[in-house]
Design a protein around this ligand. Structure first.
Ligand code: SF4
Length: 332
């Protein structure tokens, strides 16, 4: 097994190639007790390990409770069948009128702009998503764009994935040019974890196409714990803001990661220091393999009440659940 370097090297694409894909290497690098290896191997069979070195560097060695490690460490519990936890918890497969297009909510439509992520988060609601069926050919992309062109009630295009920023800049620049040519589109929203897990992703080429579009730009980051925000992440956020991007964050409430009021308070404070507004705190989508992350609704509400005693209103995320068939997120 090749040794894992301590620090990431190279540009973002090199860092993407260098991600840790071996559960044993992950455990060994973090000096975990070998007892964790069996679970890591079992979970890895269900959903492969993927951890960028820049993210790994923010974890504490020798601590299996580290809140960043908990998000990426496969466990035996992922193989448990738990009632109510299913492969497609949001029933997205019923809302894909064209390849790589999900249209659930009025006014906006979501494009699966990349089938891969830089990191595989164990609780991901798309961990079973059939990306292979949503990798359109050029011709199919044209049909997908036609769908947007033909529906002038759609004002916002959302790039999602996988992680849309895992795509090369040339490809994204072309896609955004075609989107901005659709007159009724006003906004471009990008849901990404890449500026957090590989901050070098926010490079000049990305800022060129993103900063240059006529569309209003919103980047929704996905950060669950204050420890994820280091100086490199803050610098990446500053560059995005300088390009005219509004930065929001959505988190998932996760057992063992951020399920205490102090952790949530520090997260909101740290987000704001980085120029990011705390927007949503999602309860877990009931995806098969992630039941061990679940926090019951009553406990989630109590946490929010305790958080309200500590934070200014603008630092409070909205506690929401995504309910299949509803026209927007459902506040709890
Ligand atoms: S889509 Fe988002 S939550 Fe899911 S694995 Fe990728 S980065 Fe993680």
């Amino acid at each position: 097994m090749a040794p894992v370097p301590d620090t990431p090297t190279g540009d973002w694409q090199q860092q993407l190639r260098d991600v840790i894909r071996d559960p044993v290497a992950l455990c060994r690098h973090l000096a975990l007790d070998p007892a964790w290896i069996l679970g890591a191997r079992t979970g890895h069979e269900l959903f492969p390990v993927r951890v960028p070195l820049a993210y790994l560097a923010r974890m504490r060695r020798g601590d299996p409770e580290d809140p960043l490690l908990r998000q990426v460490l496969p466990l035996v519990a992922e193989s448990d069948a738990v009632q109510g936890f299913v492969d497609d918890p949001l029933e997205e497969r019923d809302h894909t009128p064209r390849p790589a297009l999900i249209h659930k909510y009025p006014g906006r439509a979501l494009l699966i702009a990349s089938p891969t992520c830089a990191i595989n988060c164990r609780y991901c609601f798309r961990r079973h998503f059939p990306y292979a069926d949503n990798a359109p050919s050029m011709n199919e992309w044209e049909q997908t764009l036609d769908y947007l062109r033909d529906d002038d009630s759609i004002h916002e295009a959302i790039l999602s994935g996988g992680d849309p920023l895992a795509s090369p800049d040339r490809r994204l620049a072309t896609l955004v040019k075609r989107l901005e040519a659709i007159p009724h589109l006003k906004r471009l929203r990008i849901h990404t974890r890449l500026p957090v897990v590989i901050p070098d992703r926010v490079n000049d080429a990305l800022l060129d196409w993103l900063g240059g579009t006529r569309l209003q730009k919103v980047v929704v980051l996905h950060i669950n714990h204050a420890q994820e925000i280091d100086e490199a992440v803050i610098a990446a956020c500053e560059r995005l803001k300088a390009a005219g991007v509004t930065l929001l964050n959505q988190s998932v409430l996760l057992r063992g990661v951020n399920d205490d009021v102090g952790a949530l308070e520090r997260l909101s404070e740290r987000l704001f220091e980085a120029g990011i507004l705390p927007y949503y705190l999602h309860v877990l989508d009931p995806v098969a393999g992630a039941a061990h992350f679940d926090v019951p609704d009553d406990e989630a509400r109590q946490l929010m009440e305790a958080l309200r005693q500590r934070l200014a209103g603008f630092l409070m995320p909205r506690l929401v659940r995504e309910v299949p068939g509803e026209k927007s997120k459902t506040p709890l």
